[in-house]
Design a protein around this ligand. Structure first.
Ligand code: CO
Length: 441
């Protein structure tokens, strides 16, 4: 297992390369292929898969990777884990350019449950996927990442809103329109011209392209960094949930090939997971159906499997300790958090929680527990949805963090590394402690 400093360099570079779910999947596929995983396409026949690693994507924004020790068959137990590739943010509207008072602005939609106040006064760039073609040629799809600061959402000066520090509200349609150019022209510039220029940096033939569609997001150009007197904290964008994506891919590729295991990284968790690529869609189920076409065989495999759903958890905030149940206070740098909710907002139960605890014991990392206060609504994640879709025993876990869904989140520098080690133990350990016991009635 890599030492902590290498782990942090690797994490920072992974998140830096992953401003959107498309880039996360591209980075994941590149890592997996480097480690010898074969690319499968859903549109192909897969034939009979033998031992080895495989990766399949859907819509370029969700990914399933699995590693088999032998031909898929009943009697196998899959060690499975999942996380989500998306983060709340601002997505560019189809006709985005607005001109007002010499300012060119970019219309955006709010994606997911973003904490909006931190988006003001940031150096924002653009990244995403563009669909284009040249003349009558075939449709092409390319990722772009502009990387340089291109836009900002300036705050309103306090002189125009003396109550800004007491009761500020943010109108998503009118207050949150990024400024991205100054221009005296009366007609708005062509956004597609800008996209053609960006595309042609990597694809010279795209200088004459027709832009047919795009999925573009704004993101903060400030890189991740360590801070704190002893460097014990990390701040950056999309820690929820790229820290988990990174740990799952790292654990899948770093461990030996003694176990049959599978990782799913779903898009659209932040908007409810109901989509072709989301955890409440059929992606995982259809891949399992192709691996184990016989329903009874598939059921036998799932009955012996375990799914670890990894998504960040809420550490107790030093300024707001009253927001937590006082007997369940996840602390930064105290290890992965097992999340429990009696009403199945998290899928964990006493048994699946115990199995994850065993993984932490084998990996020699600490772990802790979270339950939401009864008088606050509990969030949810892909765990319960995956459990309901395929009927697999599931545990919800995640690294503790602060400022969840801010454009700049905070966590401890050790917790992702702890999660990676726990997941590596889960994926590799030839250990009777990580096995569902049978209860004799
Ligand atoms: Co999350």
């Amino acid at each position: 297992m890599m030492p902590i400093d290498n782990y942090l360099d690797d994490l920072f570079s992974f998140i830096d390369r992953s401003p959107t779910p498309f880039h996360t999947v591209a980075a994941g596929v590149a890592l997996l292929r480097d480690r010898g995983f074969h690319r499968l396409r859903e549109s192909d026949t897969w034939g009979e898969l033998g031992p080895g690693g495989y990766v399949v994507t859907r819509n370029d924004s969700s990914l399933i990777a699995f590693s088999l020790t032998r031909r898929p068959q009943a009697g196998m137990a899959l060690r499975m884990a999942g996380a989500h590739t998306d983060s709340p943010g601002l997505k560019v509207k189809p006709n985005p350019i607005q001109m007002r008072n010499g300012c060119g602005q970019l219309g955006v939609e709010v994606y997911g449950g973003a904490l909006l106040a931190p988006w003001f006064d940031r150096n924002l760039s653009l990244a995403g996927r563009i669909s284009w073609r040249v003349d009558d040629g075939p449709l092409q799809c390319s990722l772009i990442d502009c990387r340089r600061p291109l836009a900002t959402i300036p705050s309103l000066a306090i002189h125009f809103d003396r109550e800004a520090n007491d009761k500020r509200s943010i109108n998503k349609q009118t207050d949150l329109v990024p400024l991205w150019m100054l221009s005296e022209a009366s007609s708005p510039p062509d956004f597609h011209d800008f996209l053609r220029r960006e595309l042609s940096a990597c694809h010279p033939e795209a200088a004459a392209a027709t832009i047919l569609g795009f999925d573009l997001f704004l993101y903060d150009t400030q890189p991740l960094c360590r801070l704190g007197v002893n460097g014990e904290l990390i701040t950056g964008s999309r820690l929820d949930n790229l820290v988990s994506c990174h740990a799952l891919i790292g654990a899948l590729t770093d461990t030996d090939h003694l176990r049959d295991r599978l990782v799913v990284l779903n898009d659209h968790e932040e908007v409810g997971s109901v989509s072709a690529t989301g955890a409440q869609g059929p992606f995982l189920r259809t891949v399992l159906e192709r691996l184990f076409p016989e329903p009874v065989d598939r059921r036998r495999v799932l009955a012996g499997s375990l799914f670890v759903s990894a998504d960040n958890a809420h550490a107790v905030h030093p300024n707001f300790p009253g927001k937590h149940d006082q007997d369940h206070l996840p602390l930064l740098n105290h290890g992965p958090v097992i999340k429990v909710n009696a009403n199945q907002r998290y899928a964990t139960d006493g048994l699946t929680g115990a199995l994850f605890r065993q993984c932490c014991t084998v990996a020699q990392v600490p772990c802790q527990q979270f339950v939401m206060r009864n008088d606050l609504a509990c969030g949810s994640t892909i765990g319960p949805l995956t459990a309901a879709e395929i009927g697999v025993p599931t545990v919800d876990v995640g690294v503790p963090q602060l400022a969840m869904h801010s454009i700049r989140e905070t966590m401890g520098h050790l917790d992702g590394w702890y999660l990676l080690r726990a997941m590596a133990a889960f994926f590799s350990a030839e250990d009777d402690r990580i096995r569902c016991p049978e209860i004799n009635f």
